[in-house]
Design a protein around this ligand. Sequence first.
Ligand SMILES: C[S@@+](CC[C@H](N)C(=O)[O-])C[C@H]1O[C@@H](n2cnc3c(N)ncnc32)[C@H](O)[C@@H]1O
Length: 264
Amino acid sequence: MPPTVFSPDRPALVRRLRAAGCVFAEDEADLLIAAATDSTEALTDLVDRRVAGLPLEHLLGWAEFCGLRVAVDPGVFVPRGRTALLVAAAAAVAGPAPAVLDLCCGSGAAALVLHGRLAPRWLAAADVDPAAVACARRNLAPLGVPVYQGDLFAPLPVRWRGRLDLVVANAPYVPSGAVAMLPAEARLHEAPVALDGGADGLAVLRRVAAGAAQWLAPGGHLAVEVSAGQAGALCGIMADAGLDPFVVHDDDLEATAVTARLPG
Ligand SMILES: C[S@@+](CC[C@H](N)C(=O)[O-])C[C@H]1O[C@@H](n2cnc3c(N)ncnc32)[C@H](O)[C@@H]1O
């Protein structure tokens, strides 16, 4: 039997994606056609699953983040464009040859970008979710960056306690009561542990701040992402933990980050 010719009907595909609510239907169509690697069956399957609501990045197996292609496995948090502000704010406060931790690393996207932007003498990542850890290892092992699994700072080698220059943490910060209002792509296809930040959204960040005060070197920095409305309360939490906070905001990215220095 002669091989089937792969000639996707792009306009029809775009219409179907648009009808399903995909805002960037043309771009998505091109990405899905490329991902289908010359197979009509594969393309049909990808489009069916996209129309059913799976995140594009989970279907492709990667996300674009700060100009890099980051592998993203099913269930793992898809790195968001707004987190570019957190990475930039963290890089801006890092000194020369810093020891850096990407805490709550998810896919390891922040560590991947910081590896290229800084010249860290030590860089590691950590997450509590085994799926995220496996995904981050896929992204970071080629760079020799270790990824630890466990609750916040607990799995880290103790020799780094009090010696880290930079802790970057895009921890979950959605208040529990607001998780149900998130877009279905996040609510249904990303792990709850990646989203739910407790009653006020700051439960994990409270523990991150307390831990950072123990694990940072004097003069080191914590950098975290938060919503604009939470920044004031978070600054209070950081000050209580002995850190000096500073808020940065980017209107275009609709992003807020807080950097906090451990005096010394
Ligand atoms: C909002 S996602 C961010 C992932 C990644 N930093 C990014 O920006 O793409 C939050 C991540 O925090 C992790 N996490 C939540 N609670 C944690 C904890 N107690 N210890 C370590 N990681 C945690 C989740 O598994 C998830 O991967």
